[in-house]
Design a protein around this ligand. Structure first.
Ligand code: CA
Length: 505
């Protein structure tokens, strides 16, 4: 290839583009796709892998560097967090070949793909569990946790078996933390560990995924056995790194920071910061920013003691929580403010699909996973139809296509902020220092990297306010992002509209 000048130039272009993208990964902006609801390529009403492929250019343009796909393995449920076959793709979503194509196309664009790995439990219909129920002596018996006496650990989650399935005794029960349809695997059984490593290797080595989002990572063992769960993930990581030293995993450890922190010790590269997400929402609801950074810095200190290079996975809400804009009473200004906070804090932000167009959603779960609105219903060929939208009916949310041409849309706010973050390494990689201000409704911080600084100021209140910049900074600053404020008195006073943000340099 080097011989041919034209091809050589082309290769250099590809190389320089991917070198730039490599620089972002794993610290760029990520996007969580609930596959069923995202984009339907074959008009059967169900989102699919080919649909995701068709939207890679959209995501690239938005500035996305990594994609987390919610589970795509074979599963009887709509959400697929209960797997029957880990080595294949659910036919509703496509094939392994489609996933390979997705990876090829994503990598071509400098984007990375994380698969959801759901291995704390399986489906009740998994062949391993069907065998396991046949009684003692079955080779799959110890793939799961069985007990014939009253259990002290988590007693409410031990389930009886239907006698027709083969289990002869009424007293014998199996363990399922998330319910009787999701029996927990037994990680004290080396064969189970072998199976899961085989599954991991298949997707990382044979198919080429960039890593995993680990579902229920803290539930591998019982609640008083976090150390055992943590050591399992260390083992899994070491095995995957034999195949790909850049392999990456981000864990769902939905717990308080002191429980989460040890998982970072040579184990998970990254964990979702549920504490921070909750604190951002609380601050926005109470319109007070003063406690956010105190809490955040305490978490950071704890996590960095475990791994100085750890990657903080930040987010506002995910597929298990009410959508952010619904939490903020569908106030678009507040949605933009939430985005501005998320995208100017340290960490690697994850945006939940639809968040960037201000989609609404409130539990039950199906209603926080509603179809993405690409275009007005009559002309939206790619909209999924597997569920009726309750919170995003026609007319309630402006679809993406119209938001793209509206400079003041939630979408364009997200896009501006993501691109700002992508081109500014200070926002991506810098430290954070609170800027003390008297007004509790003001959230202000500086970010520093390699001797350079940017200043971020948010007004969390419904009232306009003025910030005296001359008390805080020396020299003249210019705005890199400004969503509703103006400089007065030769740049000394910053007049901020309600729920506005500014990034100054
Ligand atoms: Ca489909």
């Amino acid at each position: 290839m080097r011989i041919h000048v034209l091809i050589g130039c082309f290769c250099w272009l590809i190389f320089s583009q991917s070198a730039q993208s490599q620089d972002l990964w794993p610290r760029g902006v990520n996007y969580q796709i609930f596959v069923r609801s995202f984009c339907d390529s074959d008009n059967d009403g169900i989102g699919d892998i080919k649909g995701v492929i068709s939207k890679l250019d959209y995501l690239k343009d938005l500035g996305i560097n990594g994609i987390w796909l919610t589970p795509i393995n074979v599963s009887p449920s709509y959400h697929k967090y209960d797997i029957v076959n880990y080595m294949d793709i659910d036919p509703e979503y496509g094939t392994v070949a489609d996933v390979k194509k997705l990876l090829e196309e994503a990598h071509k664009r400098g984007m990375h793909v994380l698969m959801d790995l759901v291995v704390n439990h399986t489906s009740q219909l998994n062949p391993w569990f069907i065998e396991s129920q046949k009684g003692k002596g079955n080779p799959y018996r110890d793939y799961y946790l069985w007990s014939d006496k009253d259990q002290k650990k988590d007693p409410k989650n031990w389930w009886p078996v239907d006698k027709k399935k083969g289990e002869p005794s009424d007293t014998i029960r199996y363990y399922g933390y998330f319910g009787s349809n999701m029996p927990d695997l037994n990680y004290d059984n080396p064969k189970v560990r072998e199976e899961i490593i085989k599954i991991g290797n298949f997707w990382v080595k044979e198919v080429g995924v960039d890593g995993f989002r680990l579902d229920a990572a803290q539930h591998i063992y019982f609640e008083d056995e976090h150390d055992k769960s943590r050591l399992w993930w260390q083992q899994f990581r070491a095995e995957m790194e034999k195949t790909n030293k850049n392999f990456f995993m981000v864990g769902e450890v939905w717990n308080v920071d002191s429980i989460v922190a040890p998982y970072l010790k040579k184990g998970l590269h990254s964990v979702f910061n549920f504490d921070l997400a909750g604190t951002i929402i609380k601050s926005l609801k109470e319109e007070k920013g003063d406690s956010l950074l105190i809490k955040y810095q305490r978490i950071m200190k704890l996590y960095k003691e475990m791994d100085p290079a750890y990657v903080d996975a930040t987010f506002l809400s995910n597929h298990d929580q009410n959508r952010i804009i619904t939490e903020l009473h569908s106030d678009k200004l507040k949605a933009k403010l939430a985005a501005a906070i998320l995208l100017t804090l340290p960490g690697t932000p994850y945006i939940y699909y639809g968040e960037e167009i201000g989609m609404n959603g409130k539990k039950p779960d199906e209603q926080i996973r509603e179809p993405f609105l690409w275009d007005a219903e009559a002309s939206d060929k790619m909209r999924t139809k597997w569920i009726k939208s309750v919170y995003n009916p026609e007319g309630a949310i402006v679809p993406l296509k119209s938001q793209m041409v509206d400079n003041h849309s939630v979408y364009n706010c997200y896009k501006k902020l993501i691109h700002l973050r992508n081109r500014d390494e200070i926002l991506r990689l810098g430290n954070i220092t609170p800027i003390p201000v008297k007004a509790r409704e003001i959230l202000a911080y500086s970010r520093q990297y390699k001797g350079k600084t940017v200043y971020v100021i948010h007004n969390l209140s419904s009232k306009a306010t003025e910030v005296d910049l001359s008390l805080l900074f020396k020299g003249k600053l210019t705005a890199d992002y400004n969503n509703g404020s103006e400089m007065l008195n030769k740049g000394k006073i910053l007049k901020m509209n309600p729920y506005s943000s500014v990034v100054l340099k």
